[in-house]
Design a protein around this ligand. Sequence first.
Ligand code: MRU
Length: 354
Amino acid sequence: MTIRAIEWDHTAGRDRAGAVRLLDQTLLPLRTEFRTVERTDDLVTAIRELAVRGAPALGVAGALGVVVAMDEAAREGWDEQALQAAVDRVRHARPTAVNLAWGVDEVRPLMAAGREAVLEAALRLAQEDESANRQLSRLAADWLLERIDRPRLRVLTHCNAGILATSGWGTALGVVRELHARDRVELVYADETRPLFQGARLTAYELAKEGIPHVVQTDSAAASTILRGLVDLAVVGADRIAANGDTANKIGTLGVALACRDASIPFMVAAPWSTVDLSMSDGSTIEIEERDGDEVTSWAGIRVVPEGTQGFNPAFDVTPARLVDAVSTERGVAEPRSGRDLEMLARATDGVTH
Ligand SMILES: CSC[C@@H](O)[C@@H](O)C(=O)COP(=O)(O)O
């Protein structure tokens, strides 16, 4: 699958100076449509609506968002304060995935060097994301195949951590793709991922395109599927990983991890280093995005709860390090449950780039 969730279109935009091109993920899998974004607030809206989503893709959105803001400032005659405020709006569009702020912060210092320098850095960041994903997928597959003695693996995943959530290849689904390339996948159980169905709509879309055997199950089936012995491992992406291995990911991930622990099967997190937040020693201070309750109380625009009943809609949960067997990154595989956490991996690989 060669589709890109987010890229820079060099000739798009009103004056053909370039603009962000997003695959509108709110419409998949029924429609494949793209949004051309050349205004900061349209990018913020696209991020909030989840037209572009997934932590690594949000990192790219953050970095390219700085270019969008600079171009808009030039067009509209904004002063420096208005420009910086626009960049901040992108940076804070969603709170949980550290990649979004990271993407902005990576290129922001280059603003003084001019728009081309920022654009070049943002495009490099996107490229590096894809190569990081490929590397962490290879390392993850090696780790898993050393530990699970089966010709082909039955894999459970939650939400969407594939091509659509990154600038290419994918993280958790990148691991699945790597295993599939080695002819080691029997079946993927994709949790549908309520309330916005990233698993049913997006993960199934990617797996189908790749020809990887899969089924979609309700989120509430996951624990039972695991305890019935139908699954050999779970692999998920992450929005933020604290130094000790506590991991924020899509709501429902924690239940998967608890079931994996009870069944004594590996629970793996797959994420590029840009998702690791060493400034947080543990996950207790990770801000959990709370989304509109209507996403829970309605389905396809139809209200499914009684009038007057409110929805509660935390978008992420934090899985404690004690439940995380492995975190595969491009810098290596940490094993938080055994005490080999991200801090240790950082120290061991300081200065190592892949
Ligand atoms: C490689 S994507 C990792 C995570 O960002 C993903 O698992 C996830 O939870 C995405 O949530 P979303 O709300 O769709 O942005």
